[in-house]
Design a protein around this ligand. Structure first.
Ligand SMILES: Cc1ncc(COP(=O)(O)O)c(C=O)c1O
Length: 358
């Protein structure tokens, strides 16, 4: 097993003469092993790890300068929206949040100032599917970088670099870690120049993960494929069950034929993932809250991608940092319930939902 190099520094033989490691912010052998493994999982050349998914996103945004324009998915993780709007917009970056399910929405805002297109697919929390290849084709013609937040799919289900993306971003906290015990982020790229800049930012800004966390993720990814298979299997069964429930108004799961991104997801992803969302009929806030409080096997909390099932209320938790009017514009209702379907016995999960919905 990869040792946990629990050290901040490395002894040097003579000033400047060392064995490749000087100081643990810059490099750590446990982190190096993980970075290589993550690069391999995404079919990329370089992996660069950060202290969280948002620190990884932060590193990408630091590549740009005031006046540069970035086009991002409108249905997006709340923290990604927050770092763009509240940290980088005041520094002069210009953001356009558009519905990327229709590529003309991107073409309408693209200009010679556009430097990056930031895709999240499947989106959080509405599980919309965006055509990565159609957008990377557009980026290639115009010389724009394309980054894909691949957190919801995991590298097991989708590999954006193979579809032409320049950078893949992961909240490693989720499926890669897989056990809800680590917060970490990663970027993967095959572009040597981008990798150099991102590794420079990793060291210069210093948001690095510790070796113990790198060890935990190395252990987590050994079972990624097996976990993902069960996540997908369970989520499909839960989605079908919910779709047929008389009290459920709408289920958002790309594996369902009723999902308008189903066909694209079938082409772009190996399977449909472990995330889904739904709304109860009547759209009554208190009823949605009671349902979430009633759950016993699904824990109520933020995050996703762990082996245990989680239920999240996006409006008050993961997406509370997006103003209500903006949430409404993308169709994110205050009554939406998001599930991260775990790898437990699916019959237990369905029984839990049954008693909670009542
Ligand atoms: C899709 C997505 N991207 C990015 C992040 C941010 O990652 P982290 O919480 O590891 O900073 C999250 C966290 O929930 C997420 O769901």
């Amino acid at each position: 097993m990869t040792p946990i190099y629990q050290t901040s520094t490395f002894v040097q033989e003579s000033p400047g003469k060392h064995k490749g490691y000087e100081y643990a912010r810059t490099h750590n052998p446990t982190r190096t092993a993980l970075q290589k493994a993550l690069a391999a999982l995404e079919n990329g050349k370089h992996g660069i790890c950060y202290a969280s998914g948002l620190a990884a996103t932060d590193a990408v945004l630091k590549l740009y300068r005031p006046g540069d324009e970035i086009i991002a998915t409108n249905d997006i993780y709340g923290g990604t929206y927050r770092i763009m709007k509240r940290i980088y917009e005041p520094f002069g970056l210009v953001f356009h949040f558009v519905d990327m399910s229709d590529i003309t929405n991107i073409k309408n805002v693209i200009s010679d100032k556009t430097k990056l297109i930031w895709i999240e697919t499947p989106t959080n929390p509405l599980l919309r599917i965006i055509d990565i290849e159609a957008i990377t084709d557009l980026c290639k013609i115009t010389g724009i970088h394309c980054a894909v937040d691949n957190t919801f799919a995991s590298p097991y289900l989708q590999n954006p670099l193979d579809l032409g993306a320049d950078i893949v971003m992961h909240s490693v906290t989720k499926y890669l870690g897989g056990h809800s015990d680590t917060v970490m982020g990663a970027l993967i790229t095959s572009d040597d120049e981008l990798a150099k800049q991102l590794a420079f930012i990793q060291n210069a800004s210093g948001a690095v993960p510790g070796p113990q966390d790198c060890f935990l993720v190395l252990r987590g990814i050994k079972t990624l494929h097996v976990r993902m298979q069960r996540h997908c299997e369970n989520a499909m069964k839960v989605a079908l069950w919910l779709e047929n429930h008389p009290k459920v108004a709408k289920v958002y799961y790309p594996g369902l034929k009723s999902h308008n991104g189903h066909e694209l997801a079938s082409r772009q992803m190996k399977d449909f993932g472990g995330m889904l969302a739904f709304e109860l009929k009547g759209d009554v806030y208190d009823e949605a809250v009671t349902m979430m409080e009633n759950l016993e096997i699904f824990s109520l909390g933020e995050s996703l991608g762990g082996v245990e099932s989680l239920c999240t209320h996006p409006a008050s938790m993961t997406h509370a940092s997006i103003p209500k009017e903006e949430r409404a514009k993308v169709g994110l209702k205050d009554t939406l319930i998001r599930l991260s379907v775990g790898i437990e016995d699916v019959e237990d999960l369905i029984l839990d939902l049954e008693q909670a919905i009542g």
